[in-house]
Design a protein around this ligand. Sequence first.
Ligand SMILES: [Zn+2]
Ligand SMILES: [Zn+2]
Length: 339
Amino acid sequence: MSEYRRDPITGRWAIVAESRAARPNEYLKRVAPSAPEDCPFCPGHESWTPPEVAALRSPGSAANGPGWTVRTVPNKFPSLAASARPDGRSPRSEEVDRRPGYGVHEVVIETPEHGSRFSEFPPETAGAILAMARDRVRALSELPEIASVITFENSGDESGGTLFHPHLQLVALPSVPLSLAEELSGARRYAAARSVPCALESVVATERAAQERLVLETPTFTAYCPFASEYPFEVRIVPRHHAGSLAEATDAELDGLSTLLPAVLRALEKVRPMASYNLVLRSFAPVDRLPTEYHWHLDLLPRLIRPDGFELGSGIPVNPVAPESAAQELRGALGDVAR
Ligand SMILES: [Zn+2]
Ligand SMILES: [Zn+2]
């Protein structure tokens, strides 16, 4: 049983989820990659997970058995529970604000192949995973009292991930997290001050003109290292077409992303072999109440260094690789790894 707790001074929320301690390998970081025979996401082990909520399957294969290529299941160790839907009776006062840990936590198992990486996926595999992510964002957005869907992939020892088998996660929340709310209010402020319709498109136009932080451009997406990158080799991937959520992405856009995303990940792995990373979707939900000023995007956040006391104390990350140098290295690597 988990709960949201709000700090009485800063107003920031935390999720206290004691059951998460039961996650596999929680206290055993840097364990050797698990073997397929012990892996709950490998084919043949479908009964080890809760029953699937969606799957791309070969014709004739039965649900919760082998024969899938992409499979979505509820998280067996969720941070939040759908059964904890608030009843309005939770104690709230000036001093104490705690609420049941309502939310939905799903896992998209990206492939039956245990040791593979997103960077290695051919476009059709990457495209099927992205289409599943879009469809699950849509489905979770329609649930009652859901205000945002956080979508992410953890990859590697330093990413916080605990299972070796490649998977995405979706966490649907009853509130808009402060970081997303701040990004939206910043986008509104920027757009109003400059009389532009979309802040992110304006920033992307500046980056395309300047070139120095560009990583890759395609007809549907622009990838660049943000001017104030917080992480070394951070890459922001922005669709050309304006939309507030991945839920609105077209098949043509997902086709474009299914080539671009593995290429950018391969470039990162070339410049920093075995780099851990978090891939985070910045996207609003539900789709019927999208803020018109927000433009969805993906942030690739390589985890090459750990924050120190200054960074935790100040909230100011120290990035030892200038985004201009990072972009130059990634462009060079892309030249080498281009198909
Ligand atoms: Zn596996
Ligand atoms: Zn836009």
